[in-house]
Design a protein around this ligand. Sequence first.
Ligand code: ZN
Ligand code: ZN
Length: 334
Amino acid sequence: MPTPAYAAQAPDAALAPFTVTRREPGPHDVDIDILFCGVCHSDLHTARNEWGGTTYPVVPGHEIIGRVVRTGSHVTRHQAGDLVGVGCFTDTCRTCPNCRAGEESYCEGGISWTYNSQERGSGERTHGGYSTRIVADEHYVLRIPGNLAPDRAAPLLCAGITTWSPLRHWKVGPGMRVAVMGLGGLGHMGLKFAASFGAEVTVISQSPSKLSSDDAAMKAAKNRFDFILNTVSAPHDYNRYLQLLRLHGNMTLVGIPPEAIPVRANILVGQRRSLSGSLIGGIRETQEMLDHCGLHGIDCEVETIPMSYINEAYARMLRSDVRYRFVIDLASLK
Ligand SMILES: [Zn+2]
Ligand SMILES: [Zn+2]
C-alpha cells in the first residue's frame, strides 16, 4: 500500500513528504490508521545519522497511536475500531531466552526496530510513525485504555515504558526517596510514575549552569536517595550524582551520552552503590504500564503539531523548548 509519510533523505536534509509502501497485512498482522505520533530524540538522532547506521530515506517515529482498520485472519488480540499503540520495535526473534522471558527489548536474536531497521523474514526496510498507516504483527501492538486522550498517550510508547521499566525492575515504592535527573520527555514521565508508586520524588535539573550554582544543594543531598533515574544524554560527571545515593542506592541510566564517562570505584564501594542501565521494556510490561495509566489517569504533557512543523520542532527540541513532548497529528498528512 502506498502510504503518505515524511522522510529524511540525508543527514543534513530537512524532513519532507515521501511515500512508503506498507506490506499487505498477513494472517497475524494488524493494519493501523495512525492518529498521532510522538517526537522522540531518537528520531532526530537517526534522521541526522548522529549515531551512525542510518539508511536513507528514513521515516522516524516510534510513539504511535492509531485505530485498527483491519486484521489478518489469525489475529485474536485486536479488532477493527480498537485504539492501539506501536512502540520502539515491531518484531523480535521470539525464541531467545530474553524474548521467552517477555524481555523483548533485550532480544539476542535480532530485533526489528520500528524504523531504520529490517522486517524479519522479508528484509524490507522498516518505516516509522511519521506516516498515515502502519502494518504490524499483533503481538507487538498494544491496547490503549479508552479513557486516555490519544495524543497525550502517544509518548507512553517510548518515553513512558523507558522510565516505567527501571522503576518497576528496581521496585520503587512507598517510603523510597527517588531523584529524576533531567525534566524532558522521559524525565517528566519518570516523575509521574515514581510519584504514582508512592515514592518521594525530587527533580534534578539537567541545566549545567544551574547545577554548578547548586553546590550547596548537592552537598545537602549527599547520601539521600534510594534510586536515581538518570535521563540525561548530554555528557556529565556520573560521580557527582552517584554521591547522592544512600547505602545500597542505585542510579540507572536511560540516557546515552555519546562518549564514555569514567566512574570512580571508591564512590560505588563507599555506600555499596550500584550504577545500572535500562533499555525500553518488554511488550507485557508495556501493556501493564498502559493499563496503570488508564487506571490512574496518567498521560504525557504534549504540544500537538502538524506534520509540516517537524523541522521547526526538531530545532526547538535542541533548545529544550518543549513541555515536554511534541506529538504529530497525522490528520495533517491525510
Ligand atoms: Zn524514543
Ligand atoms: Zn529474541
